[in-house]
Design a protein around this ligand. Structure first.
Ligand code: APR
Ligand code: PHB
Length: 389
């Protein structure tokens, strides 16, 4: 089989790239390790930057998100039983859209089917070949049969655990990593959100986040020890702990109910440099991971997709390889700025085991400064709503 761009990974990054390219008549094949049902069952964050919603519109998949998504023009930060608002619209003239990433992934799969895009699910032994040449290929096993895809370019959109990043020779790549000494215990409940906006809370008992997937579906997180498992947290214990970490007024308004999903995720900051090697280009989690505190996972991937999509359009329209040659350099500029914001938000809002009393006072002073300084809130808002591509 031959195609122009072989996309490894049928998550949001791979699908968004595939849809953008298909609309430009550039042939793609998506290779996904899991089933479609498995991919669509993953619970993921749901705060979309304007850049991502505009890219989704360019890909022709924004109709449902615009109809069902919730426009948020601010967020609340809480500490010491106080809370204050960061007004995105006043500070940046921008807003964000709250719309489940699982929904966006579903919209992308539906659009790919409608456009006649080729997707192989349940692919095994996906292996990249000849990526240093102008004729790379991908081999894989599908339905027990060995298959080969000849292509011009491979887009590695296969997440942190995929084969693409590993295809870059170890002596040609440099990896930067920071792990955090806690996890996020998250639950989904069919209850109305505690507030119309998200609440990020720094409490003496640890971080808490109140988010949502709509007006009748709430998503809550609390910082927890990495040694915990979801079974340690029956619903009543979770709700009690969440209430203890929220300002009293929010705790009093919290509507509790049975959890329909409960999981613990570790937090990690990670960047691989470069994000390309020969005709292999990494996008999204294949190249970088952020702690979820700033809701930047998919939003950073969207920046990568935008750069690679436009570089490929140049390449196929007039053979101009400049965009492809500079992809990693350009993408990493935005990746590192987003890494900084996610790292800063994580340090601002979480309790760390080794924090001294002075460290705690610095954290509180940073929050008090945000509460009292418009300039400080604008600095947070500019990154939260999304840096330009
Ligand atoms: N072969 C084919 N597909 C693979 C392989 C493989 N060997 N390994 C992993 N994959 C698939 C995974 O099953 C997954 O569907 O690659 C996809 C990667 O998708 P994500 O992990 O969601 O990463 P990405 O598309 O980069 O999404 C970026 O969006 O969903 C959010 O927070 C999430 O930070 C993430 C961001
Ligand atoms: C979520 O809704 O899952 C979510 C929202 C904001 C974050 C992280 C996760 O910063």
């Amino acid at each position: 089989m031959r195609t122009q761009v072989a996309i490894i990974g049928g998550g949001p990054a791979g699908l968004l790239l595939g849809q953008l390219l298909l609309k430009q008549g550039i042939e793609t094949v998506v290779l996904e390790r899991r089933s479609r049902e498995y991919v669509l069952a993953r619970i993921r964050a749901g705060v979309l930057e304007t850049g991502l919603t505009e890219l989704a519109a360019e890909a022709g998949v924004a109709a449902r998100m615009q109809a069902e998504g919730l426009v948020h023009d601010g967020t609340l930060l809480a500490y010491d039983d106080r809370s204050f608002r960061v007004d995105f619209e006043t500070l940046t003239d921008k807003t964000v859209l709250v719309y489940g990433q699982t929904e966006l992934t579903k919209d992308l799969y539906d659009a790919r089917d409608a456009a006649g895009g080729t997707t192989f699910f349940n692919c095994e032994d996906v292996t990249l070949h000849d990526i240093e040449t102008e004729h790379p290929s991908v081999t894989f096993t599908h339905d027990g049969q060995s298959k080969t895809i000849l292509c011009d370019v491979i887009a590695g959109c296969d997440g942190f655990h995929g084969p693409s990043r590993q295809a870059i020779p170890e002596n040609k790549r440099r990896e930067y990593e920071k792990t955090y000494p806690f996890g996020w215990l998250g639950i989904l409940s069919r209850t109305p959100p505690v507030d119309e906006e998200l609440i990020y809370a720094n409490s003496s008992r640890g971080f808490a986040l109140c988010s949502m997937r709509g007006t009748e579906l709430s998503r809550y997180y609390i910082q927890c020890p990495l040694s915990d498992s979801p079974d340690d947290w029956e619903d009543a214990r979770f709700w009690d702990e969440l209430k203890r970490r929220l300002p009293e007024e929010a705790a009093d308004h919290l509507v509790t109910g049975p959890s329909i999903d409960k999981s613990i995720a570790p937090l990690r900051s990670f960047v691989c440099e470069p994000m390309q090697y020969g005709r292999l280009f990494l996008c999204g989690d294949a190249a970088h991971i952020v702690p979820p505190t700033g809701a930047k996972g998919l939003n950073t991937a969207a920046g990568d997709v935008s750069y690679l999509y436009r570089a490929l359009m140049q390449f196929y329209s007039d053979g101009d390889t400049h965009g492809l040659e500079t992809y990693s350099q350009i993408a990493l500029q935005r990746v590192w700025k987003t890494q900084r914001f996610s790292w800063w938000m994580t340090n601002l809002l979480h309790r760390f085991p080794e924090q001294s009393e002075f460290d705690l006072r610095m954290q509180r002073a940073e929050l008090a400064y945000l509460e009292t300084s418009e300039a400080a809130r604008r600095n947070l808002a500019v990154s939260y709503v999304g840096l330009p591509y």
